[in-house]
Design a protein around this ligand. Structure first.
Ligand SMILES: NC(=O)c1ccc[n+]([C@@H]2O[C@H](COP(=O)([O-])OP(=O)(O)OC[C@H]3O[C@@H](n4cnc5c(N)ncnc54)[C@H](OP(=O)(O)O)[C@@H]3O)[C@@H](O)[C@H]2O)c1
Length: 258
């Protein structure tokens, strides 16, 4: 089990991500919030990106409270940005701010996504399809393109995309979302292949069924208590961000293997 799934057996500790600066998208809620907290507890300087400032401020406050009881927790920063409306110039502005403030970027967790409406293909509205593809795919393209130069100047850098089982095997009624996750896997593979001789790594994580608002929207009749919480799936998120997974690139890892 450990040999087959080292990312699941990884023991997170307070220095797992020491001296790393990590950008987390969708850091205000769900899995992204938990990843931001765990990254901070593992010693990283975390940049919290999201569209709802009050949620980001609540995560910021939680990290500051952790900092009060541990010297290894570093002060985070907040970046309010709506990935749906953001343009290339917004990402370039953000890259410039990170470069000025931190001088480097060691990792990006591309976590923010929208589900859209689950419905028959014929009923998908163009505007909804565009929102899903803009938020889940094009924003990643623009963000990574803007920040690649900064990542390449870092000793070892890791970019984690977030996929889903419907991004590997299409499923009825999951239209735009499923298509966006196939594109996510494709983007990760293109980047990993282009950078196979560099120190920048690109991988996907599939969290599997996890107790969040998105999951509740997709499966309203389900008992959330039957699902893993975001806190229970964090080993893979820290493993892929840490130097211990050096050399792993172009992979799509499951947090909850079948
Ligand atoms: N939960 C699962 O069972 C599951 C399974 C497979 C894959 N995933 C994937 O895991 C990732 C996290 O999902 P989750 O379940 O944690 O979802 P969630 O609870 O809905 O959280 C999504 C996060 O993304 C942010 N976000 C959405 N649209 C945004 C935009 N336009 N600009 C900036 N931020 C935006 C949200 O911000 P607001 O809170 O401000 O809206 C929220 O912080 C997603 O990529 C999802 O596809 C989840």
């Amino acid at each position: 089990m450990v040999e087959q799934y080292p990312h699941l057996a990884f023991q997170v500790h307070e220095k797992s991500l020491a001296n790393k600066t990590i950008l987390v998208t969708g850091a205000g809620a769900g899995i992204g919030k938990q990843a931001a907290l765990v990254y901070a507890q593992s010693g990283a300087e975390v940049i919290l990106l999201g569209r709802t400032v009050s949620k980001l401020e609540a995560v910021y406050d939680e990290i500051i409270a952790l900092k009060a009881s541990s010297d290894s927790v570093k002060q985070p920063s907040i970046v309010p940005l709506d990935l749906h409306g953001a343009k290339a110039s917004d990402y370039d502005g953000l890259t410039g701010i990170i470069e000025d403030q931190y001088k480097k970027l060691d990792g990006i967790l591309l976590n923010a996504s929208v589900l859209g409406n689950l419905c028959p293909f014929e009923q998908i509205k163009e505007s909804e399809y565009d929102e899903v593809m803009q938020t889940n795919v094009k924003s990643h393209f623009l963000l990574v393109q803007s920040m690649l130069g900064l990542l390449k100047r870092t000793k070892l850098a890791s970019v984690i995309f977030t996929t889903s089982s419907v991004g590997r095997q299409g499923r009825a009624f999951w239209g735009g979302y499923a298509i966006s996750k196939f594109a996510t896997e494709g983007m990760m593979q293109v980047l990993a292949d282009e950078h196979k001789n560099s120190l920048v790594r690109f991988n996907c994580i599939n969290p599997g069924a996890t107790r969040t608002d998105m999951r509740a929207k997709a499966y309203p009749g389900e008992d959330p208590k039957a699902l893993k919480t975001p806190a229970q799936i964090m080993a893979a998120y820290v493993y892929l961000m840490s130097d211990i997974s050096r050399g792993i690139t172009g992979q799509s890892l499951d947090c909850q293997p079948m």
